[in-house]
Ligand binder design. Structure first.
Ligand code: HEC
Length: 197
């Protein structure tokens, strides 16, 4: 093979490898992207699966927390809310949740102690996970866990693989009415979607 031809072959190989890794990179970044969540977390009947290993997966980001601290301690806990990176980018750009956007609220027990800052609260053990998946195509009109533009699901720590909600209108919607104007999401808690600092 002529010297020049060899260089051409070598350069093409390098380019091919570069293009391939680029595509592979994009694909793995897409691994938990919203467009894929229906494939990964929803079956043909609309049954929703809980995303496992969310805290260990860099595609998932924490977008905000709620502290519920009532006198008497009833219902007290910390609520950490997560979504995927692509959803953060999309919401920041458009002010809307893209089709397939997944929101997970992990409800944890609150530990508390007088620390050097004051009475501090931090997350203990998970109790339940609430999940919402944006559905802009009304995919499951006959399924009682889909409606108002979302799929709705609930998982409990005792059996975290089992979805336990039965009807979003009775199990979820009543409590989300105050957030109706922001697509049923309590958007004021998620600075990562709306603020820069
Ligand atoms: C007792 C009232 C109540 C019920 C019942 C309830 N929610 Fe919520 N939910 C809230 C409130 C209030 C927030 C935000 C503040 C907080 O967590 O304290 C919230 C937040 C969420 C979030 C985080 C995103 C957001 O909307 O801010 C998800 C996801 C969620 N809920 C899903 C569900 C699902 C699914 C159900 C039904 C299985 C459900 N919720 C039932 C009151 C409720």
């Amino acid at each position: 093979m002529a010297h020049n031809a060899r260089i051409v072959v070598a350069v093409s190989l390098i380019l091919a490898v570069a293009i391939f890794s680029e595509l592979a990179g994009v694909q793995s970044a897409n691994g938990s992207m919203s467009t894929n969540t229906f494939d990964r977390f929803v079956d043909a009947e609309g049954n929703i699966k809980r995303p496992e290993n969310m805290l260990g997966d860099p595609n998932w980001v924490h977008i905000g927390s709620w502290a519920v601290v009532n006198d008497g301690g009833e219902g007290n806990g910390l609520h950490n809310v997560y979504t995927t990176k692509d959803v953060v980018q999309a919401y920041r750009k458009t002010g809307e949740f893209p089709d397939g956007a997944m929101l997970v609220k992990q409800v944890l027990s609150a530990e508390t102690d007088a620390l050097t800052t004051g009475q501090a609260y931090w997350a203990g053990e998970p109790g339940v996970w609430f999940v919402m998946i944006k559905d802009r195509q009304n995919r499951f009109p006959g399924n009682a866990l889909w409606g108002n533009g979302w799929g709705w699901a609930l998982f409990e720590a005792a059996n975290p693989a089992k979805q336990v909600a039965t009807n979003f209108r009775t199990d979820c919607l009543g409590c989300h009415i105050p957030a109706q104007q922001s697509d049923w999401v309590y958007i004021q808690g998620y600075r990562a979607l709306t603020q820069s600092d």
